[in-house]
Design a protein around this ligand. Structure first.
Ligand SMILES: *Cc1c(COP(=O)(O)O)cnc(C)c1O
Length: 393
C-alpha cells in the first residue's frame, strides 16, 4: 500500500495486464464501445458465471435497469427487493416506473429472508430481486421455488458477489438474468462498469437491443424500442479482462484477509462477524462485523476511533424504507436491528496480515472503551434510580 498511515476500506490492484491492454486500446485507437476487449470480456465473464451470454454495460445500476426493462417490468408492476441493500437495487425498479416492495432479511447473513417474501406478493408482483449481500449468496433454491409458484421473474443482483457459489453453482446462473458491478471497490473493477448475464438467447438479444439505443441490429438507424446508451467502452473492458484473468488470485487474497480477520476478531467481546450458511461459499467483498450490544451511537463511536487510528470503515447499508424517497412506517425488525450495529472493515487484495492486525487492534481498543462507557452509563443509571427510590421512600 502506498500510504502506510491510512488503511482504506477498498483499493483495487491493477498489477496484471491492465496497463498493457489499456495501452493497446490507445495505440490502436479502439477506445469506444466496440473492440476485442469487449468481446473477450463478455465471453470470459459468461464462462466464469457458467452461463452462455454476458452483456457489458457502463455500471451496475444500469445493468439492473436494463435487466428489468428487457424483462418487460414497467408502470403498475411491483418487484420484491430486500430492504437491506445498496440503494441502486430499489432505484432500478423505480426507473422502470415500477414499485419496489421491501422484504426483511435474515439475521445470520442479512440476506433476503425467503420467509418474508410470500407476504409481500400481490397480484401486481412481477419479479423478485435477491441481492447476494456482501458476497454471500441469497437462498436461491427457496427463492426460485417461490418464483415458480407465483410465476415471477428472478433477477439476481450479484454486484457484490463475483465468484460466490450456492450449493456449488455460481451466483448469476439462477435467475432469468443477473447483474454485476465493476465499480472501483467491487471484487473486480473496470473503473465504472457492469454486466448482465443470462442463459436465455432471446433475453440476451433484448438486453443488447436496449443497451444500444434500441438500434435494430439488421437496419442502421431503425429503432423499434426506446433504448438507452448503456454501453461499456473497450477501454473499460480492457481493464475488466485483465482483472478477470486474475480473479482466482484476487479471491484467494480476499479469503486470506477474511481468515485473518476471523482469527483476530474471535477474542474481541461484543461483536460478531456476519455469518455464513453451510450451503454457501461466499466471497469476502467487505468483511462485516456486527456489534452485539449497543446501537448506532456505539457503532459510530467505533468508526470514529478506527478513523483516529488511520483506518477507514463504513456503516452497513441503512434499510431502504428509511431513505427519503422510499419512506414507510412499516417495521422491518431484522434490518432495523442490525443495520445500526454493522460496520464494514477494510477488505482488499493488497492487505497484509499487519494491516489486518492493525485494524483488529484498533477495533479491540474501541470495543473495550465502548464497553467501559456502557458500564459506567449503566452504573449511573443504577445510582440514579437508587437515589430516586431513596427520595421516594
Ligand atoms: C455496487 C452495487 C450496485 C450498483 O453498482 P454501480 O456499478 O455502482 O452502479 C448495485 N447493487 C448493489 C448491491 C451494489 O453493491
Amino acid at each position: 500500500m502506498a500510504d502506510r498511515n491510512f488503511i482504506p476500506v477498498a483499493a483495487p490492484t491493477l498489477g496484471g495486464n491492465e496497463r498493457a491492454y489499456v495501452l493497446e486500446c490507445l495505440d490502436s485507437t479502439w477506445i469506444s464501445s466496440s473492440g476485442r476487449f469487449l468481446d473477450a470480456f463478455e465471453a470470459d465473464f459468461a464462462r466464469f458465471c457458467g452461463v452462455s451470454h454476458a452483456v457489458a454495460v457502463n455500471n451496475g445500476t444500469t445493468a439492473l435497469h436494463l435487466a428489468l426493462t428487457a424483462l418487460g417490468i414497467g408502470p403498475g408492476d411491483e418487484v420484491i427487493v430486500p430492504n437491506l441493500t445498496y440503494i441502486a437495487s430499489a432505484n432500478a425498479v423505480t426507473y422502470c416506473g415500477a414499485k419496489p416492495v421491501f422484504a426483511d432479511c435474515e439475521p445470520l447473513t442479512l440476506n433476503l429472508d425467503p420467509d418474508c417474501i410470500e407476504a409481500r406478493i400481490t397480484p401486481r408482483t412481477r419479479a423478485i430481486l435477491p441481492v447476494h449481500l456482501y458476497g454471500h449468496p441469497a437462498d436461491m433454491d427457496r427463492i426460485m421455488r417461490l418464483a415458480a409458484r407465483y410465476d415471477l421473474h428472478v433477477v439476481e443482483d450479484a454486484a457484490e458477489a463475483h465468484g460466490a457459489t450456492y450449493r456449488g453453482r455460481p451466483v448469476g446462473s439462477f435467475g432469468a438474468c443477473a447483474t454485476f458491478s465493476f465499480y472501483g471497490n467491487k471484487i473486480i473493477t473496470t473503473g465504472e462498469g457492469g454486466m448482465v448475464v443470462t442463459d436465455d438467447a432471446t433475453l440476451a438479444a433484448r438486453l443488447r437491443l436496449y443497451r444500444g439505443q434500441g438500434l435494430d441490429p439488421q437496419r442502421r438507424y431503425i429503432h423499434p424500442v426506446v433504448g438507452f446508451n448503456y454501453r461499456m467502452t473497450n477501454l473499460a473492458a480492457a481493464i475488466g479482462l485483465a482483472q478477470l484473468e486474475r480473479i482466482d488470485t484476487i479471491l484467494a487474497a480476499r479469503r486470506q484477509v477474511a481468515a485473518w480477520y476471523a482469527e483476530r476478531l474471535a477474542g474481541i467481546e461484543g461483536l460478531r462477524l456476519l455469518g455464513s450458511q453451510p450451503w454457501a461459499v461466499p466471497v469476502p467483498w467487505l468483511v462485516t462485523v456486527l456489534l452485539t450490544g449497543g446501537g448506532a451511537c456505539e457503532r459510530d463511536a467505533v468508526m470514529a476511533a478506527l478513523l483516529a487510528d488511520g483506518i477507514d470503515s463504513r456503516p452497513i447499508f441503512y434499510p431502504t424504507h428509511q431513505q427519503a424517497p422510499y419512506h414507510e412506517e412499516t417495521c422491518y425488525p431484522v434490518a432495523e436491528t442490525w443495520s445500526v450495529r454493522g460496520l464494514n472493515l477494510p477488505t482488499f487484495e493488497a492487505m497484509t496480515e499487519a494491516d489486518v492486525a492493525a485494524v483488529c487492534a484498533s477495533l479491540g481498543r474501541a470495543m473495550a472503551k465502548c464497553a467501559a462507557a456502557l458500564r459506567s452509563a449503566e452504573q449511573n443509571h443504577v445510582h440514579e434510580s437508587h437515589a430516586r427510590r431513596i427520595r421516594v421512600i
